[in-house]
Design a protein around this ligand. Structure first.
Ligand code: BGC
Length: 714
């Protein structure tokens, strides 16, 4: 028996002393698809995991990928991570985390496998919807409160994934990301570092791909060096499912728990082969002890051994309110010529809703992030719900994977558009849930091709930026008969709109937006909610304009060269003067905001710079609204290449019509630093910098030069 008077670290050491080698190794690998082995004799339960992050995934048996299929695993469906980032609201990130943590505990889990915080490098990556942004600062700022929300009060751990430089699905198990050290430090690591140091993530998932010559799972420099030593991470490294491929290398590199996709649990690299490796002296027993120490530490942190462990609560009514709040703030109004939006429900007596995405659900697809949503309000349902029978709403499918019916569907849609007071087209991308969603007929492309080219999903990257199913043609032809038709894009990444963007007067971007997504969209369309989402990614005009495609390589094959270096996302578009379709940070409102009175005070201490940036924002329109104010820094005298602008602060402000608020954003030395590879230190060079305050990365409203008086290395 472990004495109650000992502190947790002492209890852990006592347990380690009591465990046999076999028992310890049992704790370091999957003994079910989503759990480790428990040690009954010492009352150590298994660690139970489940996928996230949009909700807790359905239950699987220990040894089969066919879901159990009972009715007890329907859950709250949260907007996808990209949608969450599109709110730029850190409070909502925290509340989303709280919901996920509570649901995970409610389902009896110890670790929820999320959030995914890889950088969105190419618009083609199939998992972009699961990630947050092309910008490391925005990703980190949203991830930290999310992680805290999950862990703080729920006795559950996150598993931040996928560490590191996992930015594509093509060849994901073996591709080697060739990234230079400065880019690695400035673009691909910061969000993970924030997740560990500020978010206090209890566990991290190691990615599949290779990096600097080794699979991440075998990469001692990455796991032991950077994560555990440099960042002082005291939690658990869990492998992505079947990311481990070498017992000795992975064990000595700092991998703690091997999870995989097969059912031969005793043959896992961290099962019998690990016992053998210890016996043969290839892996020291102390290395195993250290893994178990970390695992038990996580178990104490989530109160596994406590009688008072939190119960959690899934499908709580208040959770749905959070999904609605996030969805409302995530929708981005991209274009609103002649103030077509919001539509006036009193004037719209007949409404045409066109496009399959108005009428299908997405929560049950996409790969490991799929869930069984308690419900999912589609755009069509949302519109009917809020218009309450006073508007005659007719739906036309408009497009389909069955291309043989294309002309018929377009004609139907056009005819409906002609006779309706208002038209809303809801197109975009979709996940694939199962074979049923792929309509099988002679003319449909085969399934593999279909998935690859048309679908936002784990395991696949798209091959182009085009809208699937000839949607461009549908949209153009509907706009020909009604140029006030509102185009809504429902996607999990950027898509190309050049064929019709000039003809469309009103364009809205929404996402896989949670169980209340359709209601939120309807509220935005009819003005009950004033949109305030801002794009967390750049929408390029064409794929060739994206840096990973223009300068770098994507998707590569055995290797993929990140030759674009630090010029990812808007860092490229702004530095190379490439005009995007819609820029990073863009999103309109039904009201207007005026920026005034930029005031910057600098206080340079010995070790730090404290900068306070103050300015005023006024709502000069006649509707209440929310504005995401964005702060970018530009280094005017750098001795090395630097992106023209970099996001270093933001604040979302709520303003009644006519109201003015002062915004203050604080900066420290990190906001001015680049990573110097020569001495491996973050470096601030003395000299001139510009502080730019904007409503988007291309819509800078206030700017001022400042002088940093000395240099810093840290
Ligand atoms: C995914 C992970 C996921 C895991 C377990 C892997 O294929 O990359 O994100 O957590 O499966 O389902």
């Amino acid at each position: 028996m472990i004495k109650a008077t000992l502190n947790n670290e002492e209890k852990i050491e006592e347990l380690i002393a009591e465990l046999t080698l076999e028992e310890k190794v049992g704790m370091c690998h999957g003994n079910g698809l989503f759990r480790t082995e428990g040690i009954k004799r010492l009352n150590i339960p298994p660690i139970k995991m489940s996928d996230g992050p949009i909700g807790v995934r359905n239950e699987f048996p220990d040894d089969s990928w066919t879901p159990i299929g009972n009715s007890d695993d329907y859950v709250t469906y949260l907007p996808c991570s990209l949608a969450l980032a599109s709110t730029w609201n850190t409070e909502l990130a925290h509340r989303s985390g709280e919901v996920l943590g509570s649901e995970a505990r409610g389902r009896g889990k110890d670790i929820i496998l999320g959030p995914g915080i890889n950088i969105i490098r190419s618009p083609l990556c199939g998992r972009n919807f699961e990630y947050m942004s092309e910008d490391p600062y925005l990703t980190g700022r949203m991830a930290v409160p999310f992680i805290r929300g999950v862990q703080e009060n729920n006795d559950v751990s996150v598993c931040v994934k996928h560490f590191a430089v996992n930015n594509q699905e093509t060849e994901r198990l073996n591709v080697e990301a060739i990234v230079d050290e400065r880019t690695f430090r400035e673009i691909y690591l910061p969000a993970f570092e924030m997740a560990v140091k500020e978010g206090d993530a209890y566990s991290i998932m190691c990615a599949y791909n290779k990096l600097f010559g080794y699979h991440c799972s075998n990469n001692k420099e990455l796991l032991q060096g950077i994560l555990k030593e440099e960042w002082e991470f005291d939690g658990v490294v869990v492998s992505d499912w079947s990311a481990v491929n070498n017992t000795e290398l992975a064990a000595n590199a700092g991998m703690d728990i091997e999870m995989s996709v097969t059912f031969n649990f005793d043959d896992y690299f961290f099962a019998n082969p690990l016992i053998k490796a210890v016996k043969e002296g290839r892996v020291k027993e102390e290395v195993i002890n250290e893994k178990v120490r970390r695992i038990l530490r996580l178990m104490y942190k989530v109160n596994v051994f406590s009688e008072d462990r939190k119960r959690g609560n899934y499908n709580a009514p208040e959770h749905r309110q959070v999904t609605l709040d996030v969805a409302r703030e995530s929708i981005a109004l991209l274009k609103n010529k002649n103030n077509i939006l919001p539509l006036n429900s009193k004037k719209v007596k007949t409404l045409a809703v066109i496009g399959e995405n108005a009428n299908i659900i997405h929560s049950n697809g996409g790969g490991s992030a799929e869930i069984k949503a308690l419900y999912e309000i589609t755009p069509l349902l949302g519109l009917k719900m809020i218009l309450g029978g006073q508007t005659d709403i007719k739906y036309a499918k408009g497009y389909s994977s069955d291309l043989s019916s294309k002309e018929k569907l377009i004609k139907e849609a056009v005819e409906l558009a002609k006779v309706s007071d208002a038209v809303i087209i809801v197109g975009g991308l979709k996940h694939v849930a199962d074979d049923l969603q792929l309509e099988n007929n002679a003319l449909s492309v085969n399934k593999e091709e279909e998935v690859k080219h048309r679908i936002d999903s784990e395991g696949y990257d798209k091959s182009d930026l085009k809208l699937p199913y000839e949607q461009d043609e549908l949209i153009k032809r509907v706009l020909e008969v009604n140029n006030n038709a509102v185009v809504v894009m429902l996607t999990g990444s950027a898509i190309e709109m050049t064929e019709w963007v000039d003809e469309a007067n009103a364009i809205i971007q929404t996402w896989y937006n949670g169980m209340e997504g359709g209601r939120a969209l309807a509220e935005v369309l009819f003005g009950a909610v004033n949109p305030s989402g801002k794009l967390p990614i750049t929408f390029p005009k064409a794929l060739e304009d994206s840096p990973a495609h223009k300068i770098g390589e994507f998707p590569g094959s055995e290797t993929v060269k990140y030759t674009e270096g630090i010029y990812v996302g808007y860092r490229y578009f702004s530095s190379y003067d490439v005009e995007p379709l819609f820029c990073f940070g863009h999103g309109l409102s039904y009201t207007e905001f005026k920026y005034d009175d930029l005031n910057i005070s600098i206080n340079e201490e010995l070790e730090n710079i404290d900068i306070s940036v103050k300015f005023e924002v006024t709502n000069v329109g006649d509707k209440t609204g929310l504005e995401v104010t964005q702060l970018y820094v530009s280094d005017l005298e750098a001795s090395v290449e630097r992106p023209k602008i970099e996001l270093k602060g933001f604040d979302k402000v709520y303003l009644e019509a006519g109201e003015t608020k002062e915004v203050e954003i604080k900066l420290d030395k990190k906001a001015f630093a680049f990573y110097c590879v020569d001495d491996k230190k973050w470096t601030v060079e003395e000299g001139k910098f510009e502080i730019l305050i904007g409503s988007s990365s291309n819509d800078i409203r206030l700017q001022s030069e400042i002088n940093v008086g000395s240099s810093y290395k840290f």
